[in-house]
Design a protein around this ligand. Structure first.
Ligand code: DCP
Ligand code: MG
Length: 282
């Protein structure tokens, strides 16, 4: 029995040590991005320009190569391209989730590395491909980006995001707890909560990294309206495969294998770009 017990204890301790090592590694990791506290801190207008941008993760092959485009404040940009093309990577360069390897990314004509990092990020919201919600009430989840928001502000944001109705359909309304201990939300509902968050923080640049999951057409219509409202008055990047969302963009960027192969309006691209037509004939 003592031998058996020691073997068991030994395996438990090894597991514990391995786990602790990994946790400590994360806790001790230092952020190598410079906060640039003395950097550019004026209010943001929302102009975005990529100049010959190249980007690679670590030492690997370039994920983006020689990408150049310019977006005026308030415009809506749709980014299209097949899976792995580099769409998510591209938008992450704007708020410096990652820093570029070559070229320049400018916001309001100022290199993002010269911006005060806090000011840059406060003005940019990304709605991620996998929306993260906390196992808390719906109100708390919406107010996540703006602690201290009033209930009125929260409901206002939820209405703008077309989420008010479905929230009220729960018995506890805004106090409904989401997640493991509470209700499960559909992809479309999660997305609208994320949009409500964005309305509340009112960023100058909004990026929507849409999941490709299928959504029924009634929900799609709601989301479409919410996105349309969210895009008004701010620069908006939308990564999507839905034609309904691509069509009304001011500028469409077609990315293939890390390169910008075409850009322009829907009509221009339908006429001129083989790559663009192919996306819709798949
Ligand atoms: N990549 C990487 N390391 C990461 C993330 C991505 O090496 N941490 C690689 C995988 C792809 C390329 O970068 O080859 C582009 O990845 P993206 O996530 O930018 O691609 P998309 O967003 O276009 O793909 P999807 O439509 O699947 O979201
Ligand atoms: Mg992606």
């Amino acid at each position: 029995f003592p031998t058996f017990a020691s073997l068991w204890a030994y395996s438990r301790i090894s597991l514990g040590l391995a786990g602790a090592k990994r946790i400590l590694e994360v806790m001790n990791r230092e952020n190598n991005l410079d906060q640039n506290a003395a950097g550019y801190a004026k209010p943001m207008r929302g102009e975005v320009e990529f100049r010959d941008v190249t980007f690679r993760y670590g030492e690997g092959e370039p994920v983006l190569e020689n990408v150049s485009f310019k977006v005026q404040p308030g415009q809506t940009v749709a980014i299209v391209g097949q899976t792995g093309a580099g769409k998510t990577s591209l938008v992450r360069l704007i708020n410096r989730t990652y820093d570029i390897s070559g070229g320049r990314v400018l916001v309001d004509g100022v290199d993002v590395r010269d911006w005060n990092l806090e000011n840059l990020r406060r003005n940019i919201s990304i709605i991620e491909q996998d929306i993260f919600l906390f196992s808390r009430s719906i109100s708390e989840n919406i107010a996540f980006g703006k602690p201290g928001a009033t209930q009125d502000e929260i409901e206002e944001a939820a209405k703008a995001a077309q989420a008010h109705e479905f929230i009220l359909s729960f018995a506890e309304g805004y106090a409904t707890v989401i997640g493991e201990r509470g209700v499960t939300l559909s992809g479309g509902q999660r997305q609208r909560l994320a949009l409500a968050r964005a309305f509340l923080t009112d960023p100058r640049i909004l990026m929507l990294d849409d999941s490709t999951s299928a959504i029924d057409s009634a929900t799609e219509d709601h989301i479409q309206r919410a996105i349309y409202a969210a895009a008004r008055g701010r620069t908006t990047f939308i990564i999507t495969h839905r034609l309904s969302q691509i069509r009304w963009a001011d500028l469409i960027l077609v990315i293939r294998g890390g390169r910008l192969v075409a850009s322009g309006s829907h009509e221009d691209l339908l006429r001129d770009s083989e790559a663009y037509r192919r996306i819709f004939s798949e």
